[in-house]
Design a protein around this ligand. Structure first.
Ligand code: PRX
Length: 640
C-alpha cells in the first residue's frame, strides 16, 4: 500500500521547460497571456505588456483582486476545509486556519480597516511578529486595495518611522509584544516612539500576543486592540477589483545611498509571477505542506510564504521563533510535526544548524520532505552537502534560488525538470522560464564562460518592480547602469556548462545573514552621532552570517577613543537601525585612506577588515592605482 504521508515528486520533462522558455522569449505576450490564466480575473486585460523602457505595465486594462485569488477562490472550490495557514508558535503551541477560517478572519479585518477610514490606494504599515494576524493583515489590505508596507519586526523605531513617513501610512498594525528566544520584546513601545513624528498615522491596531499583557500604554482615539475591533466588524467585504497595475505593496530595501528604496510591486503581474514560479520551482501538488522560513518582513515572506502558496491553494506554514530555540532541533521538529514536504530556508540557517550536528536531525522522522530550497546568499558547498545528505537524505534536490526584492519572484533557479540535471553545489543553475539573463561587461557585451561580470536581465518579466515609491528617477538607474538591461548589481560567472554562480554584490550593499544592508545607511547613522566626524563601513566575511559590517570612524576634536565610546557607537547603530545592522567590529582611526580626488578607498578598508591583501579584493569602481592602494594599505594597517 502507498505510504500516504509521502507526496510524489512530479518532474516536468526538461524538454518542456526548455520549450516554455523559448516560447516566452520569442513571443512574450502570447506566453505570459497564457500563463496569466493561473489567476482569476474580474476583467481580462486589453494588452499583455506595455513596455516603455524602463517602465513595464503588465496585463493593462485587467481587473482582479489578490486576496480573492488567495482566499475566496479556494473556498469556492474543493479546498474550503483544507489547512491554509499552519502557525507554529515559539513555545510549541500551534494554530491551523482552514481556507474558510482564513476567509472569515480576512473579511472581518478588511471591514476593520474600512471602518478606520482606509481606502483603496492608502498605505498601511505592518510591524508584527510571525503570527497569523500578520498574514491576515496583508490579505485584508489587498482585499480593499490598500497598499501594505511590511516592516521587519527586528527594525528599530527610527527605521520604522522613516518607512512610515516615506509611505505616509494611515494605520500601523502591530502587537503588544513578540517572543524571541523566550524573551518578551515590546513592539508596541517601539511603535509609540516611531509614530511620535509620523503625522500621517491616524490609528494603531494592537494584537495581544502577550495574553497576560504587561501594561501597555494605549493612546486614546488612536490605539485599538485587534480583538475589540474585530468583534464589531462585518462578516463580508466585497473584494475591491483593482487594475492590474495598481500597487499591491511597497517593500523597503537597501541601496547604495543612506535612504532605503521603496520597491513598488504591481497586482496582476506580481500575482501571476508569484503563482507560476511557485508552481514551476516546487512542482506543487495538492497534498504539499510548504514551509518557507522567511519572515514576512522580507520579499521571500511576501512571495513564498503568503501570496505564492495561497494563490495555488497550498498549505503554508509560519513559525514565530528562532531556528535553535528552545533546542537546535526546532526546525526538524516542526517538519516532523506538520509533515512538511517542501522546505525553503537560507544558507545562514543551514550553516548554524549544521554546527549543532546531525544527531539533532536523526531524532526526527523528516522523511515527508521531497524538495529543499535555499535563498538569499551564496551557498557554500560544505553546507550544501550537509543539507543534501543529512536533511534531504540524498533524495531531495536542493534548489538554490537567486532573486531580489525587486524581481518579485525567482529569477535564476532550477524549475522541476531542471532539477533532474546534476545540481552543482553553490550554483543557482540557469535563468528561469522567460528570463533573458546574461553576464556582461559594463557595455552590455556578453562575457565568455568563467569570466566574471554583472548579472543582468535583458527583457521585462511580470514580477519585476513597477517603480520606487516617491523616486521614479532612482528607479531608472536599474535600467541605465548597463545600457538596455535590468542590472541586478550582483557579480556572477557562467561556467562551461552554462551554470550560473553568484559571486556577491558589485555595490556597497552587504548581505548579513541573507539580509540586505546598505553600508551608506550605517555610515549615515554613525556620523549622526555627536562624537563622529567621518565613517566608512565595509563587509567582512563571516562563517555563519556570510558577512558582517565592520566600521571605521574618525572622531571629532575633543573625543577620546575609549572602549566606552566605541561600544557606545556600536550600541548607537543597534538602537537606530536594529540588531542586524550592528557592526561586529569598530575601529577608531585618525583618517580614512582616500584617493587624491577624495574618494574613500574601500578596497583598502575591506582588505584590512578581512585580513586579506588588497589585491584579493575587487570592487566595481577601482579607486586609485594599484600602487596607490597598496601604499595606502600598508600605511593604514600600520596605524591601526
Ligand atoms: O546579492 C544577492 C543575494 O541577495 C540579494 C537580494 O537581496 P534581497 O532583495 O533582500 O532579496 C533576498 C531574497 C530574495 C541579491 O542581490 N542573493 C539572493 N539570493 C541569492 C543571493 N546570492 C547568492 N545566491 C542566492 N541564491
Amino acid at each position: 500500500m502507498e505510504h500516504v504521508l509521502l507526496t510524489e515528486q512530479r518532474y516536468v520533462p526538461l524538454e518542456k521547460i526548455k520549450s516554455m522558455h523559448r516560447q516566452a522569449l520569442e513571443n512574450p505576450e502570447k506566453f505570459w497571456g497564457e500563463m496569466a490564466k493561473c489567476v482569476e480575473w474580474d476583467k481580462s486585460w486589453d494588452v499583455v505588456l506595455e513596455w516603455d523602457p524602463p517602465f513595464a505595465r503588465w496585463y493593462v486594462g485587467g481587473l482582479l483582486n489578490i486576496c480573492y485569488n488567495c482566499v475566496d477562490r479556494h473556498i469556492n472550490g474543493n479546498n474550503r476545509n483544507k489547512a491554509a495557514l499552519i502557525w507554529e508558535g515559539e513555545n510549541g503551541t500551534s494554530r491551523t486556519l482552514t481556507f474558510y477560517e482564513l476567509y472569515r478572519e480576512v473579511n472581518k479585518f478588511a471591514s476593520v480597516l474600512l471602518n478606520l477610514g482606509v481606502e483603496k490606494g492608502d498605505r498601511v504599515a505592518i510591524y508584527m511578529p510571525m503570527i497569523p494576524q500578520a498574514v491576515i493583515s496583508m490579505l485584508a489590505c489587498t482585499r480593499i486595495g490598500a497598499i501594505h508596507t511590511v516592516v521587519f519586526s527586528g527594525f528599530s523605531a527610527e527605521a520604522l518611522e522613516d518607512r512610515i513617513n516615506d509611505s505616509r501610512a494611515k494605520v500601523v498594525i502591530t502587537s503588544d509584544i513578540m517572543y524571541r528566544r523566550g524573551k518578551r520584546i515590546s513592539l508596541k513601545s517601539t511603535v509609540d516612539r516611531a509614530v511620535r513624528e509620523c503625522p500621517s498615522v491616524n490609528y494603531v491596531v494592537v494584537v495581544k500576543r502577550g495574553h497576560d499583557s504587561e501594561d501597555i500604554r494605549m493612546v486614546n482615539d488612536r490605539d485599538y486592540f485587534w480583538d475589540e475591533l474585530m468583534s464589531g466588524a462585518s462578516r463580508y467585504v466585497e473584494p475591491e477589483r483593482v487594475e492590474s497595475t495598481h500597487p499591491s505593496f511597497i517593500l523597503y530595501t537597501s541601496g547604495t545611498t543612506g535612504k532605503p528604496k521603496g520597491v513598488v510591486h504591481s497586482t496582476g503581474g506580481y500575482l501571476v509571477y508569484a503563482t507560476k514560479t511557485m508552481e514551476w520551482t516546487w512542482g506543487i501538488n495538492p497534498r504539499d505542506v510548504f514551509w518557507c522560513t522567511a519572515d514576512i518582513g522580507w520579499i521571500t515572506g511576501h512571495t513564498y510564504v503568503v501570496y505564492g502558496p495561497l494563490s495555488l491553494g497550498t498549505t503554508t506554514v509560519i513559525y514565530e521563533g528562532a531556528p535553535d530555540y528552545p533546542s537546535p532541533d526546532r526546525f526538524w521538529d516542526i517538519i516532523e510535526k506538520h509533515g512538511i514536504t517542501v522546505f525553503y530556508t537560507a544558507p545562514t540557517a543551514i550553516r548554524m544548524l549544521m554546527k549543532y550536528g546531525s544527531e539533532w536531525v536523526k531524532k526526527h522522522d523528516i522523511s515527508t520532505l521531497r524538495l529543499l530550497g535555499t535563498v538569499g546568499e551564496p551557498m557554500n558547498p560544505e553546507a550544501w552537502k550537509w543539507y543534501y545528505e543529512v536533511i534531504g537524505d540524498k533524495r531531495c534536490p536542493v534548489c538554490d534560488c537567486y532573486w531580489q526584492t525587486e524581481t518579485g519572484g525567482h529569477l535564476i533557479y532550477p524549475p522541476v525538470g531542471v532539477q533532474l540535471l546534476p545540481l552543482k553545489p553553490g550554483s543557482v543553475t540557469f535563468p528561469g522560464i522567460g528570463i533573458d539573463a546574461d553576464i556582461v561587461d559594463e557595455q552590455s557585451n556578453s562575457l565568455p564562460p568563467n569570466k566574471k561580470g554583472l548579472l543582468v536581465v535583458r527583457n521585462p518579466w511580470p514580477g519585476m518592480l513597477m517603480t520606487l515609491w516617491n523616486d521614479e528617477e532612482r528607479y531608472k538607474a536599474y535600467w541605465s547602469r548597463v545600457p538596455g538591461t535590468y542590472c541586478t548589481m550582483d557579480y556572477a560567472i557562467k561556467d562551461e556548462d552554462g551554470y550560473i554562480w553568484i559571486l556577491g554584490r558589485a555595490d556597497e550593499v552587504l548581505n548579513v545573514a541573507g539580509h540586505r544592508i546598505g553600508t551608506a545607511e550605517i555610515e549615515h547613522v554613525l556620523v549622526a552621532h555627536p562624537a563622529v566626524s567621518e565613517a566608512a563601513v565595509v563587509g567582512k566575511q563571516d562563517e555563519i552570517k556570510g558577512e558582517t559590517p565592520v566600521a571605521f570612524v574618525v572622531l571629532k576634536e575633543g573625543y577620546a577613543p575609549t572602549e566606552e565610546l566605541k561600544s557606545g557607537l556600536i550600541h548607537h547603530v543597534k538602537a537606530t537601525m536594529g540588531p542586524i545592522a550592528t557592526p561586529s567590529i569598530l575601529f577608531v582611526v585618525e583618517s580614512l585612506p582616500k584617493t587624491r580626488s577624495g574618494k574613500i578607498m574601500r578596497r583598502v578598508l575591506k582588505a584590512v577588515a578581512s585580513g586579506k591583501e588588497p589585491g584579493d579584493i575587487t570592487t566595481i569602481e577601482d579607486e586609485g592605482s594599484i600602487e596607490e592602494i597598496e601604499r595606502a594599505y600598508e600605511e593604514f594597517k600600520g596605524k591601526l
